[in-house]
Design a protein around this ligand. Structure first.
Ligand code: GLY
Length: 391
């Protein structure tokens, strides 16, 4: 660490300690891979980190890096596995739809060596938004295409128009629609008379459902209570993030999502917004996030984490400092628990230029994926700031 960065690191640490943010429980959960000393020769690339659901993305990206692919292609092809997976209802094909039952996807890619980004937002009927985002990065002068324009751009590049709404996602959406209000004409679950026997709800071309109808999230706890009046108002967010560092020290990062389920059509989250859900600086490192996008947009979360690392924090410290920033800047009452802390979760992932990496979530219990030399990618616990209720 050079003198300047050591001094700024010490200053930053002192400020954090004074603010009471370097709490013992967070230090106790420092995951593997994190390191304070930049330029540790044992911690060079290839390293790939991802959200928990991005574990296969880590292995695929590492495989492609070994074959000499650009890190942007490696991470995009990595998250493509998650986008293609119908069982992940937070990303790509099978993603939960908006309030109208339409799947709208967001993604952005950032390429460290050129400091370029590409993104698509609210794109419909295209399964792999991260691949389209990379085309925007490589083949246009723009950073972000939205909606119809993004769709037509993808079609012009040979991407296929596909129906992205799986039966599972459609059933989830109908559950929400039926139960969202007692005042509408959709019967809530508890307003329906029990049938006298089994019911045949499948359409002729549908096979029997193999899963239950339980909404789920890969972004941690949802603390909003179900009430009998609004039993299914669970705003679930998932998302996949993946960052990679090559053996030569180049960095790229990607985030892809179907966004907040039941969102107002046209809502764009943090995932396609550079600096919010994803950011990378080839001289410093990369950061990304999954969880409540609105909080990341209003705090410029990913760019801020990279900035924290530039000021000398380790990746985990930078992610924890971002958790503190979120806690401090969550001011709306509807977003607060009785103790004044947020009622939503966020997860942050950071990868530094020297190969050190880390992650932290607001609430305990989070995990992330990391490939740091040999596969398969590991699943590691995340540092955290707040104890998950009932944990
Ligand atoms: N972080 C995903 C979203 O809020 O859309």
């Amino acid at each position: 660490m050079d003198h300047t960065s050591r001094r700024s690191f010490l200053a930053a640490s002192a400020a954090l300690a004074a603010a009471g943010v370097l709490q013992a429980h967070a230090r106790a959960h420092q995951p593997q891979g994190d390191a304070k000393a930049p330029n540790d020769p044992h911690k060079r690339g290839p390293v790939v980190i991802a959200s928990l659901n991005g574990r296969p993305a880590c292995d695929r990206a590492a495989e492609l890096l070994a074959q000499g692919y650009d890190p942007a292609d490696a991470v995009v092809q990595g998250v493509r596995i998650v986008e293609d997976d119908p069982n992940d209802d937070s990303v790509g094909y099978g993603g939960l739809p908006n309030a109208d039952g339409v799947v709208e996807l967001d993604s952005c890619v950032m390429h460290g060596p050129t400091h370029k980004s590409g993104a698509v937002a609210g794109i419909r009927n295209i399964k792999n938004p991260a691949m389209v985002a990379l085309r925007v990065l490589r083949e246009t002068d723009h950073c972000l295409l939205v909606g119809e324009g993004a769709y037509l751009f993808a079609i012009s590049k040979g991407f296929r128009h596909e129906d992205l709404l799986t039966d599972h996602a459609r059933r989830e959406w109908l559950n929400w629609k039926h139960n969202m209000s007692r005042d509408d004409d959709w019967l809530n679950d508890d307003e329906r008379d029990a049938p006298s026997g089994k019911t045949w709800d499948l359409l002729p071309w549908q096979s029997a459902p193999g899963d239950d109808n339980t909404p789920r999230t890969n972004d941690g706890p949802d603390f909003r209570k179900k009430t009998s009046a609004r039993p299914y108002i669970m705003e679930v967010t998932g998302t996949v993030h993946c960052s990679a560092l090559t053996a030569g020290g180049d960095i790229a990062s990607v985030t892809s999502t179907s966004g907040l389920n039941w969102k107002i059509p046209g809502r764009v989250g943090d995932s396609p917004i550079i600096g919010a859900g994803n950011y990378c600086d080839n001289d410093i490192g990369a950061a990304g996030s999954t969880g409540r996008g609105e909080a990341n947009i209003t705090t410029c979360a990913s760019a801020r984490i990279v900035d924290f690392m530039e000021r000398g924090m380790s990746p985990t410290e930078a992610c924890l400092a971002m958790c503190d920033y979120i806690v401090k800047h969550t001011k709306e009452k509807r977003l607060l628990r009785p103790d004044g802390t947020p009622n939503f979760d966020l997860k942050f992932y950071a990868l530094r230029k020297d190969g050190a990496y880390g992650a932290a979530s607001l609430f305990s219990g989070g995990q992330f994926s990391a490939f740091d030399g040999s596969g398969p990618a590991k699943v590691l616990p995340m540092a955290f700031r707040l104890q998950r209720p009932n944990a």
